[in-house]
Design a binder for this molecule. Structure first.
Ligand code: FES
Length: 165
């Protein structure tokens, strides 16, 4: 997390944007999901404070906001890394050793699935079948797809992204 002098201003600005979104949707039925979507775009994830602001702004119980956020997998409760790694654990990938890829990634990055590295570079996640079973086992890093992987190839792939800094 950046500690620069602009940090608070940046956060103020994001909350201001959120308030505008809330005002825009407030009187519409089913406002909660579009507001949460916008909030995630603005903040990158949905912190407790952001959920409280939305609950108060829309006049819905916080428990309802939390229920929706945790129900849909596209909402995130934690900050996401610059790059999101998705390891496919669909059947074809699993059979071809995807679990060993997860282990190699966890070891290399020092995090567990669902977490983000301390430097904010990588978030590790699991995906369903990506429709690229012929390339199993497959992982994605944002839009990039890597197939026929072995755990030995993991460090080299990560290095490419680390070097993009
Ligand atoms: S099972 Fe992994 S791409 Fe289909």
């Amino acid at each position: 997390m950046s500690e620069c002098c602009c940090h608070d201003h940046d956060l103020d600005y994001r909350y201001q944007r959120l308030d505008e979104v809330i005002a825009q949707y407030k009187d519409m039925p089913g406002a909660l999901i579009p507001v949460l979507h916008q909030a995630q775009l603005i903040f990158g994830y949905l912190s407790k404070d952001v959920q409280i602001r939305i609950a108060e702004g829309l006049g819905v119980p916080l428990s309802e906001v939390y229920g929706v956020v945790t129900f849909y997998s596209f909402f995130s409760l934690k900050p996401q890394g610059k790059y999101t790694i998705g390891v496919c654990l669909g059947t074809a990938c699993y059979v071809k050793g995807a679990a060993a890829l997860v282990e190699a990634l966890e070891e290399n990055l020092g995090i567990k699935v669902g977490d983000t590295t301390d430097d904010g570079m990588f978030t590790l996640s699991i995906t369903r079948c990506l429709g690229a079973c012929g390339l199993a086992p497959v992982l994605t890093i944002d839009e990039d797809v890597y197939g026929r992987l072995t755990p030995e190839k993991v460090p080299e792939i990560l290095e490419r992204y680390k070097n993009k800094r």
